[in-house]
Design a protein around this ligand. Structure first.
Ligand code: TYD
Length: 210
């Protein structure tokens, strides 16, 4: 069976990790072997990089931040994602290179093209078959996050709503530019409602692959 690479993208509080878990369960019920992972932090080295980039208090130079995410990605793809795809597994991944383009590009106001090229270099050009953009109004996303008890200090979430608005607009622009890879999923409603939307797109992608 051929592997499939599915990434979930979206702003903070859009429900990516909940949806990734629900999608994994659905795919397994369909008989697929699934590797569920995330960036940053999908590998042991990545956990260290995640800690550095998210929990360093104070200023981290935007280009340094971009390089840390790219380093995490390079190692993650080489040691975990590509081997899984070669085995024929389905990889369900919370965030990938579009996060860098949206957050470091639009959010931190670096050049989005350069950020994308950096990630493509880091991963030797690996792109997902399907990217689910969980789209939510940033204010609603923040409200969801506020209800989460596990949230430690996060340097990136310590940013204003205008940052979140720029990120959202960048994501929607990316989706428009690559309609064959992206689908925009309305992330409002209950987890089950959003899961139903996600499954309809994943089913269509897997059917097309057969
Ligand atoms: P997130 O998936 O929200 O993790 P958690 O739910 O544990 O907070 O991601 C953490 C943050 O990392 C998020 O604010 C976005 C940011 N990020 C980037 O800025 N660039 C990237 O390339 C990636 C992968 C994440």
């Amino acid at each position: 069976m051929t592997g499939a690479y599915i990434t979930l993208e979206g702003g903070d509080g859009s429900g990516k990790s909940t949806q990734a878990a629900l999608l994994q369960a659905w795919l397994e019920a369909e008989g697929r072997t699934v590797v569920r992972t995330r960036e940053p932090g999908g590998t042991e080295l990545g956990v260290e990089i995640r800690r550095l980039v998210q929990h360093t208090e104070g200023h981290v130079a935007p280009r340094a931040e971009a390089l840390l995410y790219a380093a995490d990605r390079a190692h993650h793809v080489a040691t975990l994602v590509r081997p899984a795809l070669e085995r024929g597994d389905v990889v369900v991944q919370d965030r990938y290179l579009d996060s860098s383009v949206a957050y470091q590009g639009a959010g931190r106001e670096l050049d989005g093209e350069q950020i994308r090229d950096l990630s493509l270099w880091a991963t030797d050009g690996l792109l997902p078959q399907l990217t689910l953009l969980l789209d939510i109004d940033p204010a609603a996303g923040r409200e969801r996050m506020a209800g989460r008890a596990d949230a430690p200090y996060d340097r990136l979430e310590d940013t204003g709503l205008d940052f979140a608005e720029r990120v959202r607009a960048a994501y929607l622009g990316l989706a428009e530019a690559e309609p064959d890879r992206f689908v925009v999923v309305d992330a409002s409603g209950t987890p089950d409602e959003v899961h139903g939307r996600v499954v309809s797109h994943v089913r269509a992608m897997l059917d097309a692959q057969r």
